[in-house]
Design a binder for this molecule. Structure first.
Ligand SMILES: C[S@@+](CC[C@H](N)C(=O)[O-])C[C@H]1O[C@@H](n2cnc3c(N)ncnc32)[C@H](O)[C@@H]1O
Length: 327
């Protein structure tokens, strides 16, 4: 990663408990994300799940990896990254998750909010839990360097394939809790749908803060469990009331000095078949089927996001803000 860079806006001083306790142990086809269909199709064969099997409840659900992934070094990855939690949606059906990523935030509202919280132009950016690397190309348009980190060997292989077509972009094995990066080497860390950075994720958060430069920021994208049609579906798929889930997540981040932003957007597909496929990787089959039966012509649904940003305090009198808070 390059060493000369523009500084981020002065970050807010974060509580002591958010600082790194001690250093832990230690890249889309053709230049655009979302088009490397052959790679994703190959991966789908490698990671294929029986669609008739249990469907994931939501992006936060983490089941055991399917047995037919044993030939792709899952055991070695588990030994190296014991905190890796298999993502059944993208891990089980990377081809369908690709469709979902294309449908997510077609208006670019989430990306815009991420940029406002922590601009990355000319800076060193890490995409933590990068999956198949769908977002690497977008980040590489403006970042100085982009590094995707992914513990899942199957997904990481797809991300590395994508990175090979991108400027200043690479992919490494790692997890939130074990980042293969020197302390103070990144300006911005992104984590999209990072269930590993949520209540219980202090080890990962400490490790992320270790690798951030003073003045650097972490931006996490989570579901809004309170707003939108997708939130209603999540509520129908979970035993926990959404208000309680949302309150616990909000409190955890608040206690760690995070800025919170809501973004109201939509999942918009080209046809209902794509929408149906995505609902079936995110929700139990009965919940997905019931919604689809009640909305037979739908090719979109409203989707709310909550973004959390924490910064690593910059030295000197200027320190005093968490990430770039425009308010
Ligand atoms: C819901 S997927 C999102 C993937 C990607 N961020 C995207 O938006 O396309 C969550 C990702 O986090 C990865 N993951 C799981 N446990 C992790 C951990 N402890 N540290 C970092 N990444 C992890 C999964 O392998 C998966 O790629």
């Amino acid at each position: 990663m390059s060493r000369s860079r523009r500084r981020l806006p002065a970050p807010e001083k974060i509580p002591e408990r958010c600082r790194p306790q001690r250093p832990a142990r230690p890249r889309a086809a053709s230049g655009r994300a979302g088009h490397n269909v052959s790679v994703i199709a190959d991966l789908t064969k490698a990671a294929a799940l029986d669609r008739a099997g249990p469907a994931p409840a939501d992006r936060t659900r983490t089941d055991a990896a399917p047995a037919d992934r044993a030939d792709v070094s899952d055991a070695a990855a588990r030994a190296a990254f014991p905190d890796w939690r298999f993502a059944p949606n993208i891990g089980g059906r990377p081809d369908v998750y690709e469709i979902e990523n294309r449908a997510v935030d077609s208006g670019g509202h989430v990306l815009a909010a991420m940029r406002t919280l922590a601009p990355w132009d000319g800076l060193d950016l890490v995409d933590l839990g990068c999956g198949t690397g769908y977002w690497l190309a977008r980040y590489a348009e403006h970042a100085s360097t982009v590094l995707g980190i992914e513990p899942d060997p199957v997904l990481r292989a797809a991300a590395a394939e994508r990175a090979s077509d991108l400027p200043r972009t690479s992919v490494l094995a790692g997890s939130a809790e074990r980042l293969p990066l020197p302390s103070g080497s990144a300006d911005v860390v992104h984590a999209r749908f990072a269930y590993f950075l949520a209540p219980g994720g202090d080890a990962g958060l400490a490790e992320v803060l270790r690798v951030l430069r003073p003045g650097g920021s972490l931006v996490v994208v989570d579901n809004d469990y309170r707003w939108g049609q997708f939130a209603e579906l999540l509520a129908g798929a979970s035993a926990d009331p959404p208000q309680r889930t949302a309150a616990a997540i909000d409190a955890w981040w608040r206690e760690r000095g995070a800025i919170r932003r809501e973004v109201r957007s939509e999942l918009r597909f080209g046809n209902q078949a794509d929408l149906a496929a995505v609902l079936h990787i995110e929700l139990p089959g009965a919940v997905a089927a019931s919604w689809l039966a009640r909305n037979p012509a739908a090719a979109a649904l409203t989707y709310g996001y909550v973004l959390f940003a924490v910064g690593r305090a910059a030295p000197g009198p200027a320190s005093g803000k968490a990430a770039s808070d425009p308010r």
